[in-house]
Design a protein around this ligand. Structure first.
Ligand SMILES: [Zn+2]
Length: 242
């Protein structure tokens, strides 16, 4: 077999492999009946079961001593556990009345604003498109949002992108929808928003509209004369004198 044939076979194999990965990801992440493995699939619900594991740990610590016990003892122990831990599960308990604005979001927003992002308002969708990439075509980006997923296999634009490029393109623009009543309930298309219900992009849009002002305690970071408070220094190895 000549070198050219081997290379052709190899290229074809790689292309097929890439196509297979693309289709596999498409099948698992978008078209599977178990789709939804992403932050923000169920807004308002916990994205980890840490709270549940905390309860489990307390039960283990207080009631089991991590020993095997006879079944009759276990039933008695289970009754005690139920009696102590089975509480009202019907009443909805609110953790917060509105999203918490972390310091990091203010600092990140101020740093983002200094990069002079491009902001465009789309009246039809009532959203702001925010990007640092001046080359991206925002009209086309909006058009692509119309895609309902059924046509993704035939989509001329998306079919030319590999998955990583597609994600980069997707992340190059943030869509921010403002809440006129309470800006803290505004939304964004980024991951931070899906996790914390707040992000730097919302703050950047509001600052550019002059709807909010930078709290005084963050103003130093605008001038850049002081280091950010609250951030830990990078840990040095144990044997390095600091
Ligand atoms: Zn965002």
């Amino acid at each position: 077999m000549s070198l050219v044939i081997v290379l052709n076979e190899l290229c074809a194999g790689l292309m097929l492999n890439e196509l297979w990965i693309k289709r596999r990801k498409l099948k698992e992440w978008i078209k599977s009946k178990n789709f939804g493995w992403f932050e923000g699939h169920a807004p308002g619900y916990p994205s980890t079961n840490n709270a549940l594991e905390g309860t489990n740990q307390s039960i283990k610590k207080v009631h089991t001593f991590r020993d095997r016990i006879p079944f009759s003892h276990f039933l008695e122990r289970a009754k005690i556990i139920l009696n102590r831990w089975s509480t009202d599960q019907v009443t909805i308990k609110k953790w917060e009345d509105e999203p918490m604005i972390k310091d990091a979001y203010w600092f990140d927003a101020l740093a983002y604003a200094q990069k002079k992002p491009f902001l465009k308002y789309d009246k039809t969708c009532d959203i702001y498109l925010l990007t640092l990439d001046k080359m991206v075509d925002l009209e086309q980006y909006l058009d692509n949002l119309e895609c309902d997923g059924d046509c993704i296999d035939e989509c001329e634009f998306v079919s030319n992108l590999d998955l990583n490029t597609f994600f980069r393109y997707n992340d190059s623009v943030r869509l921010v929808k403002l809440d006129e009543q309470n800006w803290k309930f505004s939304s964004c298309s980024c991951r931070d928003y899906l996790k914390d219900y707040m992000c730097q992009h919302i703050i950047v849009v509001l600052l550019s509209k002059k709807s909010i002002q930078v709290p005084e305690k963050y103003l130093d970071s605008v001038i850049g004369c002081k280091p950010r408070p609250g951030r830990n220094k990078k840990a040095m190895p144990w044997n390095v004198r600091q």
